[in-house]
Design a protein around this ligand. Structure first.
Ligand code: AMP
Length: 613
């Protein structure tokens, strides 16, 4: 691993970054800093790096190194413009640059952004600055007013360029790039490489070098992606279960609309969670306050729209929760890239309904990472987790013997009638009674089926629940009798489209609008892949996929099982959770008597008590 010393930075910068606590350069810094400091190089730069990978220092440090020696005329004209999509990022970049340049004398950095009084910004520009950090709209405004003179610009940085374009700043970015001298260098940083970014690079970058940290358009490396499929009506209940299962969760919950954002936040607040809403219907002042509270961890759950959360930069989110999938892959990349930052592990949870499943597949393809299919935690598991959380918190309380000594006599006198067990019960009821009460009567959440099951007759339901023969994989096809696709047609469809050896086809179950086909395990991937390439029946794209287990545990991969009503589940085999005693037996609610056993000393409490010294 290289050190900052080896990258060619001066002692003033080295001292400042040491004070920031940076020990080793992050990959993007290791790649970009020597490239920019190399005197032989004059090429522009396209750096593909996720947010949170250390890109501010990657361009900020070498730029400071390069401009520190520029001779100063009496009235300083800026030599660097850093463009940022949001005012929050603008302020953050400016703060970081201030920190890096702490020991470089006489360098002025000015953040200019919309939504703030323009007059002080004009005055500051008139007084002279070296580096302008700006949101595009405000900079164009300052240029038009003659306050921002860009005639001496040597470096233009486009930070989070993809965000800037998706927020509609295309014209402003063009105007700025056209308003700077020809011989400047452009450094473009983006998390994803969209067509618009390619276009900007094509139009405005001269000879360019592309540096990539991680692979192109890849989701953050340290992020796990898990999806939970529920019926649309159960989304909120599922959200509560997930949040309750992670007592130390610190997360952004992304919703698709402002209304939904407010609704989810209101419901969470009503249900006793430490949550807040962030969306475009709130004033800038309200949004600032909300973000500030969240950054300081005074809010645990922030429910936000994609656009409103753009300016928010936090490094230590434990989870990102997708309350439904976003419309495009890039938004998902940005959402999930907010966790798993600065080398930490992160998790992106998606609560989706059946219709959103295809979007999961699209994202998987784009980020080249597989999503895991999650099963919602059962009430007992949740209460167990919460219990340990409470115990943990109580164990961590530091007792200052001296401070409490004067009160001990009085407390002991008043509680003389309470024995130890009573006391424990009261502490527990107070600390996690909310969960116990809720989960004692919590509505059940039926897992949504992986494939459509509604509308098929009884006979087809029986057929659909078949378990494939050993050595065979059961595939789902979105064509059925209604499309006049019978066994012969389906066999023909497969063998006409799959190249190479003939596919051996086993059992075929025909339904009204879809079918199941069993093929040899070794052929399954070949068939799925071949059918992905634009095969159509009467103008409709044919979709072939594995028929996944729909129920819990090792249920049949049929569409019908997952779609069964809860009441019918009694006959199903016990799930592994039931076996382990986590889940309430099917059909039986998780009752108070069940959770009261948590108080039994053999159940964890006694085991976890710290040993007496
Ligand atoms: P950025 O991508 O610039 O927003 O940086 C993400 C986070 O990583 C910020 O909190 C930085 O302070 C931090 N960071 C940047 N470079 C380093 C480094 N070399 N070592 C440790 N932390 C860093």
């Amino acid at each position: 691993m290289r050190t900052f010393n080896e990258l060619g930075l001066c002692t003033e910068l080295l001292q400042a970054i040491e004070e920031q606590g940076y020990e080793h350069p992050m990959p993007v810094q290791e790649a970009v800093i020597p490239f920019l400091l190399n005197k032989e190089e004059s090429a522009d730069l396209v750096a593909l790096a996720q947010t949170g990978t250390g890109k501010t220092a990657a361009y900020g440090l070498p730029i400071l190194e390069l401009i520190k020696s520029f001779s100063k005329s009496e009235k300083i004209l800026p030599t660097v413009v850093i463009l940022s999509p949001t005012r929050e990022l603008c302020i953050q970049i400016s703060d970081d640059m201030e920190g890096f340049s702490k020991y470089l004398p006489n360098l002025t950095i000015l953040p200019v952004y919309g939504g703030a009084n323009i007059e002080p910004q004009i005055r500051a520009l008139k007084a002279g600055v070296d580096i302008i950090v700006a949101t595009p709209g405000r900079l164009v405004d300052l240029m038009k007013r003659g306050a921002a003179n860009l005639s001496q610009i040597r470096y233009v940085v486009l930070d989070e360029a993809d965000e800037m374009l998706s927020m509609g700043f295309q014209e402003e970015v063009n105007a700025i790039l056209e308003g700077v001298p020809q011989d400047h260098r452009t450094l473009l940083f983006s998390a994803t490489m969209s067509q618009e970014i390619e276009r900007i690079a094509q139009n405005y970058l001269k000879e360019k070098r592309e540096i990539q940290v991680g692979s192109r358009n890849e989701g953050a490396e340290h992020v796990n992606h898990i999806y939970y499929m529920v019926h649309a009506k159960d989304k909120y209940l599922a959200l509560k279960r997930l949040v309750d299962f992670y007592p130390r969760i610190y997360a952004i919950i992304f919703c698709r609309t402002r209304m939904e954002t407010q609704e989810v936040a209101d419901n969470l607040i009503r249900d006793g969670y430490n949550a807040d809403a962030l969306h475009g219907d709130l004033s800038q002042q309200q949004r600032d306050l909300t973000m500030q509270k969240f950054r300081k961890h005074r809010t645990q759950l922030l429910v936000a729209t994609d656009v409103a959360a753009r300016g928010l930069d936090v490094d230590d989110l434990t989870h990102v929760i997708n309350y439904g999938m976003p419309d495009d892959v890039e938004n998902y990349t940005h959402r999930s890239g907010r966790t798993g930052r600065a080398g930490k592990k992160g998790t992106s949870l998606c609560i989706i309904n059946l219709r959103e499943k295809s979007r999961i597949r699209l994202v998987e393809k784009a980020i080249q990472k597989q999503f895991e299919k999650g099963t919602l935690p059962e009430p007992r598991e949740i209460c167990n987790k919460q219990l340990y959380h409470v115990i943990d918190d109580i164990e961590r309380v530091e007792v200052d013997e001296e401070e409490i000594a004067p009160f001990m006599d009085e407390v002991q006198k008043r509680w003389a009638w309470l024995d130890k067990e009573d006391l424990i019960k009261r502490v527990l009821s107070r600390e996690f009674g909310r969960f116990l009460q809720y989960y004692a009567n919590a509505p059940e959440i039926e897992e949504a089926p992986s494939q459509p099951s509604q509308g098929e007759g009884k006979g087809s339901r029986r057929k659909g629940s078949h378990t494939p023969e050993e050595g065979y994989t059961r595939l789902f096809l979105n064509v059925g009798k209604i499309d006049k696709m019978y066994a012969r047609e389906i066999m023909g469809l497969i063998n006409n489209n799959v190249k190479g050896d003939k596919v051996e086809i086993g059992r075929i179950d025909l339904m009204k609008s879809f079918a199941f086909v069993e093929v040899r395990d070794a052929d399954a991937d070949r068939v799925i892949k071949a059918m992905k390439h634009g095969v159509t029946i009467k103008g409709r794209s044919v979709v072939v996929d594995r028929s996944e287990p729909a129920g819990r545990g090792k249920a049949s991969p049929s569409p019908s099982k997952g779609g069964e009503k809860k009441g019918k589940r009694g006959k199903a085999p016990k799930s592994s959770r039931e076996e382990r005693g986590y889940a309430a037996p099917r059909g039986k609610k998780f009752e108070k008597a069940d959770w009261m056993q948590f108080l039994h000393p053999e159940e964890g409490w006694a085991r976890r008590r710290p040993k007496k010294k």
